[in-house]
Design a protein around this ligand. Structure first.
Ligand code: IPE
Ligand code: IPE
Ligand code: MG
Length: 258
């Protein structure tokens, strides 16, 4: 017999996306160079990955480097790429042990050979991971992704493999980098900025948005809990009316045997 049944208006948080912003300002506050903020930001990533697993989140998408971030000073770009390589090397075993699968989205052609190779190796090695899919957005821009998808569709249409007259949202989305990844339920941006900055433009059409002033290096388990609690109180209508919504019954209720 089931007791303590919980009725929620929102589906369980399956996919969390985060715009990790504020590393530079955090470093400035501490009187440190911007790169120190990025270094600290990587520590936050490892903590938050663990927290997401404890919350039963299946997909975590992190905006790590945008297509526009290529315009930053070259030493900062180099430092970010170096930190990415260090992250992959230091987390390899942890990902394998913890069932974490790495997926990379973005335009890899702009990444260096060594970064591309390290990403491909890690993706291959972790492909059986079934606990959490960590989606790293690198050299990623939502507009760029949509244009690349349109190019792929045009190529396939020219070969007669796609009929653009019957093309719909569902088929279009299979040409995006995120093919097979469900849409984000909740999108968090840290550091007080209230914009999307070209992240998951297509996929976030119906994501719940959450903004916090906390800078990414200071983001922790308590802040994540706050965002999740906020999400649980949202009402996701997807264009329908309140009356049309079916309450979602959460299935993690304990069974009582007597
Ligand atoms: C986010 O922090 C990390 C990246 C964009 C790579 P920022 O570097 O944008 O930090 P702020 O916004 O300057 O504080
Ligand atoms: C967005 O942050 C990109 C990442 C977090 C990787 P930015 O710092 O680049 O965004 P803007 O320039 O403030 O919009
Ligand atoms: Mg920023």
């Amino acid at each position: 017999m089931v007791a303590h049944s919980t009725i929620k208006n929102v589906p369980p948080l399956n996919h969390l996306a985060i715009i990790m912003d504020g590393n530079g300002r955090w470093a400035k506050q501490q009187g440190l160079p911007r790169v120190a903020g990025h270094h600290q930001g990587v520590q936050t990533v490892t903590r938050i990955v663990d927290e997401c697993i404890s919350h039963g989140i299946a997909y975590l998408s992190l905006f790590a480097f945008s297509s526009e971030n290529w315009g930053r000073p070259q030493p900062e770009v180099d430092a970010l790429m170096g930190l990415l390589l260090q992250f992959l090397a230091s987390q390899r075993q942890r990902m394998l042990d913890g069932g974490i699968r790495l997926r990379v989205i973005g335009d890899r052609r702009r990444l260096s050979d060594s970064v591309r190779a390290a990403l491909a190796t890690t993706e291959e090695e972790t492909r059986a991971g079934s606990c959490l899919t960590l989606v790293l957005a690198l050299s990623y821009g939502g507009r760029d992704e949509i244009v690349r998808a349109a190019q792929k569709i045009a190529e396939q249409a020219a070969l007669g493999l796609v009929d653009f007259k019957t093309l719909d949202n569902k088929q279009f989305s299979t040409f995006l980098d995120t093919t097979d990844i469900p849409e984000p339920d909740l999108l968090i941006r840290t550091s007080g900025e209230m914009r999307i900055s070209n992240f998951l433009l297509w996929q976030s059409a119906y994501a719940e948005l959450y903004f916090t002033d906390v800078l990414w290096p200071d983001f922790d388990a308590a802040e994540l809990q706050r965002a999740i609690d906020d999400y649980q109180c949202r009402k996701r209508r997807f264009g329908l009316t309140d009356d049309q919504l079916q309450p979602v019954s959460v299935t993690d209720d304990k069974e009582i045997t007597n």
